[in-house]
Design a protein around this ligand. Structure first.
Ligand SMILES: C[S@@+](CC[C@H](N)C(=O)[O-])C[C@H]1O[C@@H](n2cnc3c(N)ncnc32)[C@H](O)[C@@H]1O
Length: 164
């Protein structure tokens, strides 16, 4: 498989899980979290699929395309290891119905360290039945891995649902 094929498969898997999650949470209360703004592509996709819904965006160095910058009141600037605990203190445990984390840096050691931190920081924020999507493999006891039943090719993207 060429590197172009590989990137396309990853992006298709990402879009598939985002579209599935947006449909799943329609009509359900709870916050939507986008971790890692980057260029703003997946934030733009989520706001397109979830019109009118507030999306809280976390990023340490916001530098997205100007059209894809969230409103200031929904942009949480700083390192996730500090901003997620503060966000939970403000909004409460179990307040999020969807968290999408696209935080890969291309450095496997850095990514593994952050994935380990997110494995501890995300579960307390997620409501029963809530969804976590991530480009990294997370260790989430109490969650079901639903990527296989979504038809996501192995290791292309990750999706979990919190058991009730
Ligand atoms: C792969 S990019 C996100 C791409 C984005 N989903 C898009 O579609 O344009 C990863 C982003 O996560 C951010 N990031 C990585 N580690 C972080 C951390 N510890 N705290 C906050 N942001 C972080 C990076 O600054 C980068 O903007």
């Amino acid at each position: 498989m060429s590197r172009l094929d590989s990137v396309i498969r990853r992006l298709e898997a990402q879009r598939r899980t985002l579209d599935w999650a947006a449909a799943e949470i329609a009509g359900r209360d709870g916050l939507v979290l986008e971790l890692g703004l980057g260029n703003g592509r997946t934030y733009d996709h989520l706001r397109d699929r979830l019109p009118g819904r507030a999306i809280h965006v976390f990023e340490r160095w916001p530098a997205a395309h100007p059209d894809c910058m969230p409103p200031a009141e929904f942009l949480v600037v700083g390192d996730l290891r500090e901003t997620l605990p503060a966000f939970r203190a403000r909004h409460g445990a179990g307040s999020a119905v969807l968290a999408h984390a696209d935080i890969g840096s291309g450095d496997p050691a850095v990514d593994a360290e952050l994935a380990s931190a997110l494995s501890a920081l995300l579960p307390p924020l997620i409501a029963p039945g809530g969804i976590v999507l991530c480009d990294q493999s997370l260790d989430l006891p109490g969650f079901d891995d639903v990527a296989p039943r979504l038809g996501v090719p192995e290791k292309r993207y990750n999706a979990w649902v919190r058991r009730a």
